[in-house]
Design a protein around this ligand. Structure first.
Ligand code: SF4
Length: 235
């Protein structure tokens, strides 16, 4: 996936919160490009991603929401894209779906702080509806453009295990032919030898129409995530 080298924001720079401020802050990054990280670690990756303009999603969003967690986490969890709250806070997995994910981990005795949490797409895509911003699915081209950052995060963290939440994340990791409905909750081996599995996105659980359906979906989601207890015990 080719990228063009451009300059990156200085270390410790905070991401400007409006498109106009961002354009003034990162004027040197041409449209359609991703900056090259200035170093090898996660910090350099995060700083470079903050100035990414590889697709158009950076324009209306507040900021790049990069991954968060220990630099040497044994488990990387990949969600789909940031939501409204994550976009405003600049942090992944803090909205309603993220909280449901954390609840499931808690019930399984897994410490969420030991995981590296990220998304397949790093900017929030939405449609304004009155005062609300309604989540919109990134196009395949936008997903492909952003794959660069996920690849780099996994190559930098070097986890033993990758967990995908939802179809966008699963296709980003396993490829377009992966069927979430048929293959969720089963270990797969990636080309680099890492183990990985996919499960539903917690927002799908939350979208179930009734209490009973939601509870059933939640139990299935948590049962899939229980595969992680074996990884946790092995540590
Ligand atoms: S969504 Fe990804 S590729 Fe597109 S601008 Fe944001 S960080 Fe860059």
């Amino acid at each position: 996936m080719p990228t063009r080298a451009t300059s990156t924001p200085p270390a410790g720079a905070r991401t400007p919160r409006t498109p106009r401020a961002r354009a003034q802050r990162f004027p040197e990054v041409p449209e359609g490009t991703a900056p090259e990280p200035a170093g090898r670690g996660l910090k350099a990756l995060r700083e470079a991603a903050a100035a990414c303009k590889r697709c158009d999603l950076w324009r209306p969003a507040t900021q790049t929401v990069f991954g968060k967690g220990p630099a040497r986490a044994r488990i990387v969890v990949v969600g789909e894209q940031p939501g409204d709250r994550e976009d405003l806070a600049g942090e992944p997995f803090i909205g309603p779906a993220g909280l449901l994910f954390r609840r499931a981990l808690d019930e399984l005795g897994i410490d969420a702080d030991t995981l590296y949490l990220t998304n397949a797409v790093k900017h929030f895509k939405f449609e304004p509806r009155g005062k609300r911003r309604i989540h919109k699915q990134p196009t395949p081209a936008e997903q492909k453009a952003c794959h660069l950052w996920l690849e780099r995060e996994i190559a930098t963290v070097k986890p033993e295990v990758v967990v995908c939440l939802g179809a966008i994340a699963a296709k980003a990791v396993f490829g377009a032919k992966f069927s979430l409905m048929k293959q969720h909750g089963r270990w797969q081996t990636l080309l680099d030898g890492r183990r990985a599995f996919a499960t539903m996105h917690p927002s799908w659980v939350l979208r179930q129409p009734g209490d009973e359906e939601r509870e059933l979906a939640y139990r299935g989601f948590r049962d899939d995530l229980a595969l992680l207890t074996a990884v946790d015990d092995a540590g």
